[in-house]
Design a binder for this molecule. Sequence first.
Ligand code: GUN
Length: 281
Amino acid sequence: MTAIILDGQKVANQLAEKLKIQVRHLSRTPILIIISIGNNPENKIYLDKKINRGAQLGIKIKVHHLAASTNERSVIDLIQHYNQDQLVSGIMVQLPLPEQISYYHLVRAINPLKDVDGFNEQNVGRLWNGDSNFIAPATPRGILSLLSAYDLSLKGKHTVVIGRSNLVGKPLAGLCLAKDSTVTLTHRKTTNLRKITQIADILVVAIGQAQMVDQSYVKPGAIVIDVGINTTAQGLMGDVNFSAVKEISSYITPVPKGIGPMTVISLLENVVKAQKSQELG
Ligand code: GUN
């Protein structure tokens, strides 16, 4: 068996066409503020992808750069300034953060209606409470949109996620449960990991370790989603050994052009959603 490739770039382009129409119908140009602290060269690549896609859709993205030595108070003050600015639709702080700044304090400071990352406690709580009125994190939403674009249902399926981050693993587990999937959330300390991944109908890998998942982790016919983006001496690599795993899985995402573009378009969808809910008051 050779897997069907889940083409995140193609699906993201299709979703972009739909989003462009929604943007045209808004009462004003959506504005996303990205606060970027320090000078991480990897961040620059992701920022450029967001800015380019935003420009194509009529969404203005303003990056507010701060020095790596910035203190937490100044970042919170800046967030509060943008919270008050009626023209700003969404605010996000690019991760990772320097040591002196607490992730928890920052996400708590963002107005939940402008929290396009979906990291604020109100959005996280609503996700787990089964409330439909919340903003969900971009990467998990991108994964679900990609599966949906290929008519792949989660209902009754066993989804195993490797990685328990606030960005991907944890919110993805909540979203999959809401889609009637049975979910197992695993991580670096999980014992007998292969025993668990080998029974997955859908295996999502978001662990940040290049090529970690080979054929021995995968049930023949499973759907494999690779969230990893690892910069290695050999270039950009996912968490899955693509050439080996594509021989036994039914569907698989490539890296690049898999989950990456889906994350960018999902974030911009969140910006439009945030602005719509602000327009409604
Ligand atoms: N850094 C890598 N991915 C993300 C993301 O989804 N949101 C934020 N804020 N920072 C990131």
